[in-house]
Each structure stands twice: as C-alpha cells, then as structure tokens.
Design a protein around this ligand. Structure first.
Ligand code: GUN
Ligand code: ZN
Length: 441
C-alpha cells in the first residue's frame, strides 16, 4: 500500500560487508533517499534516481522529509549493557570485583520492586534512543520482575531488544541469589513469555562463571540447547583477578572460555562481553562455534580491565560487535564508545578506521546476533530502525566536519567528537521515537 510510503532525503550510509575484509563493503549516497513502508525498508539509494522512478509509478505526490546536510544510517546496536546499572554509572572502584561488591549488587537489589524497575527501564530506553541506539542486548537482574519491566517498556515503543534474567547461585549476596533449578525454571518461563513476542528476544543470562555453580552452568547449557533460537549472554575474561578466580574455581578447565565450552555454551546467538584475556585457542573455538565478542572499551578503561586485542580477534575471525557495558561503561553513546575503541586499538598498534567502527556498531552487531536482514542495514525488507546524524551538532563538530575531505575523515570526526547531541532523530520500525531538542524537522 503506497499510501503509507514514507521518504527521507539525506546522505545515506549503510554496510553490506565488513570493511576490514571487503573492498565494496558500504553504500554511500551523498544525496540519498530512504523509502519506508509499514515499518520496513523499501529501498535506499540515490535521490535523483529513486525519486524519478517513484514519480513514474506513483499517482500522488510523494511527501519527502528533508534532512539534507545530515546523515541517515541504521540505528546503533549496543551488544552488551546492564539497564539496572543506569543509576550507578560513574561509580569509581579499584577494579571489577570490588566494584561489583560495593556498587553493583546493592543497586541491583532494588529491582525486586516492579515500580522501581519500570522507572529505571523507562529512563534507560529514553537514554538509548537519545544516543541513537535502537537495539541492545541487555542484562536485567536476578529478579524476574526486572525482565518483565524491561520488555514491557521496550514493547511499548516497538523496539527490537534482547534481554534476560541474570542467573547466579553462588559468590554473591544472599539477597541476589537464585538456585540452579529455580533460576532455570524462571528463565524458561520468561523466554516462553517474551521470546519473539513482537520485536522482543530473550537471552539466557548466567552472570559469569564465578557466580554460577557447576549445576547451574550445566542447566544453562542444556536450556540453550533446547531453545536454539534463543540467545545466551554472559561475561568472559574481563579482568586478570577474575581470570585467576575462575582458574581456582574450575581447576580442570583449560581456560576461562573452556568452562563455557564444556557446558555447551559456545554456539550461534551467544554473546561474550569483554574477552580481553583470551588465548588463540579460545578465539579459535569462538570462531568455530559462531560465538560473538562484545567489545566494551569505555568499561575496560574505566575499570582498568585491560586492552582488547583487535588484531588477534580479527586473525581468528571471531564475530565482533561494540558495546557500552553501562554501568561499567561510562557512556550510553556508541559514538563515544567508538572514540575509546579507536584508542584501545591504537595502544595495541592496530589502526581502526571509522568505517570499520560504524560497521561494528551496525551490521557487525546484527551479524553477531544472527539478525542480518532484520536490522543493521537498509536491505529491502529490513526493519526501519534508523538515525539521523547531525555533523553540525556542536560548534566544534561543525567547524571540523566542514573541513573534512573524505567520508572516512567525516565519520572519524563524528566518532571522536560526537555524542548524544549528534543524534538529531531516532526512528524505530519507521516511527519517530526521539527528536533532539531544537533539531529542525
Ligand atoms: N562481570 C560480572 N558481572 C559484571 C557486571 O555487572 N559488569 C561487568 N563489567 N562485569 C561483570
Ligand atoms: Zn557487563
């Protein structure tokens, strides 16, 4: 039905492949047109060409939203973030384990209260949309009501989100503990309720190996095997103290990642946050099993966890994505996350081009989640989650981007200097879900 056709004119960028491995990885239309109908992409292309085609086939005049001077691209995908940690972002600690004790566990305790959980979920989703993030892979807390609160919020805005109930049955305060069987039962109830309900997707979520006993990890792996299209998310090899702890808890495992491997948790649709302290064996197993890495640079620098090894991950061809890891991460903005990712890569003597970073934050995330064709680019039929980036959102960005001489330079300036202010508008399933104050429409 062409009466529902929406059209947006702007520069358009999206990816069809990873620019690290392919020459023609992206499409760029300086003067582009994005066509949407019924929440899905109809076409993305050159303005003159597409509008001429349309004029020939349409009876009525097409109403075009004019975003010239701005860049439309797919919404960002944040592949690892904790919504309950919103209120404790920027809480300092000398490292991961003391940070968990001092801030994280007391904060997560409050999510047994559904009203509190709803309040935080509402703010959290607003903040994602302000930053141009349209899909996130989200940790809730151990309380099932925290999951209902999150999905209810996401569903009310028709967002494509992945989330799950944290499972942890040891090495954490009593008030946050479930049991091996109880945690699995609650997870199964929640996944039956939420997985594929509208745009919601469920993730089985053992917090990390130290907080699950063997029985819980075993059952988590079995649950994942009985629901192969459900997601699985956890943390891995973030910090050297944590790695040493895992070694003492699982003396028979070859490595931290091997613990997850033994329990059948390496699989497509599994997402491992951090992966700073892997070896080549771990990376090979992840690539073989299509297990994905969520790279969390602001968190790794903030908590002093270490520097992600881009070169080794690429050599092994592990699926990669970018993430904020709020509240360990220090920003909700995927642009700020790219900024820090760039510097982390530099410290490892790797050069991370801006095009690669925007790929990782869009199609790279979608591929890691086996959602290519659904989100992450503008192929026909994809869900119309997109953002409008404003290269003139601050005086400095305007001055700098006026002087850029290539797409790479323009994107690089946006990644290094941009933040939530650079997001003029965010659309989900073809509907406007955020407009920046003062952004002209
Ligand atoms: N490892 C286990 N739990 C957490 C968490 O909440 N945040 C981070 N960054 N690492 C973890
Ligand atoms: Zn995390």
């Amino acid at each position: 039905d062409q009466s529902t056709l929406q059209a947006y004119r702007a520069s358009i960028l999206h990816f069809g492949a990873d620019p690290a491995h392919h020459a023609n990885a992206y499409e760029w239309h300086e003067d582009g047109l994005l066509l949407i109908a019924d929440g899905k992409v109809v076409a993305a292309g050159d303005y003159l060409q597409l509008s001429a085609q349309l004029k020939a086939s349409l009876q009525t005049e097409l109403n075009i939203q004019d975003y010239r001077g701005k860049i439309i691209m797919p919404g960002f995908i944040d592949s690892h973030v904790h919504y309950p940690q919103t209120d404790m972002i920027a809480s300092p600690a000398p490292g991961l384990l003391p940070w968990l004790e001092k801030y994280t566990f007391p904060t997560e305790r409050k999510f047994g209260d559904p009203a509190h959980a709803s309040d935080v979920a509402h703010f959290f989703v607003d903040e994602l949309l302000r930053c141009g993030t349209t899909t996130a892979m989200v940790f809730c807390t151990v309380n099932p009501v925290s999951v209902d609160a999150f999905f209810t919020e996401s569903e009310s805005r028709n967002l494509r989100m992945i989330a799950g109930k944290v499972m942890m049955d040891r090495n954490c305060p009593d008030f946050l503990q479930d049991t091996a069987e109880g945690g699995i039962r609650e997870s199964e109830d929640l996944l039956k309720k939420w997985h594929n309900r509208g745009r919601q997707l469920y993730a089985i979520t053992p917090r990390f190996a130290p907080t699950s006993c063997n029985a819980q990890l075993q059952l988590a792996g079995e649950l994942a095997a009985s629901y192969p299209d459900v997601y699985l998310q956890t943390h891995a090899a973030e910090n050297t103290d944590e790695v040493a702890w895992v070694k003492s808890l699982f003396p028979d495992a070859r490595s931290y990642m091997d613990v997850y491997d033994k329990y059948g948790m390496l699989r497509p649709r599994s997402m491992y946050a951090h992966c700073v302290w892997l070896d080549d064996n771990d990376r090979r197993r992840m690539a073989e099993t299509q297990s994905a890495i969520s790279i969390c640079p602001t968190s790794n620098l903030f908590l002093g966890s270490g520097l992600f090894d881009f070169e080794a991950a690429d050599a092994a061809q592990v699926p990669l994505s970018l993430a904020t890891d709020v509240g360990g991460g220090t920003s909700f903005s995927m642009l700020q996350t790219m900024n820090e990712a760039y510097k982390v890569a530099r410290m490892g003597n790797t050069y991370l081009p801006a095009l690669r970073m925007f790929y990782l934050a869009t199609l790279g995330g979608a591929r890691s989640l086996q959602l290519e064709g659904t989100i992450g680019n503008f192929v026909a039929g994809a869900e119309a989650d997109f953002i409008v980036l404003d290269p003139q959102s601050t005086p400095l960005l305007a001055r700098r981007t006026e002087r850029t001489e290539s797409l790479e330079e323009l994107l690089f300036a946006l990644a290094l200097l941009g933040d939530d202010r650079a997001i003029a508008a965010t659309y989900a399933a073809g509907k406007l879900v955020h407009r920046r104050d003062g952004a002209s429409l």
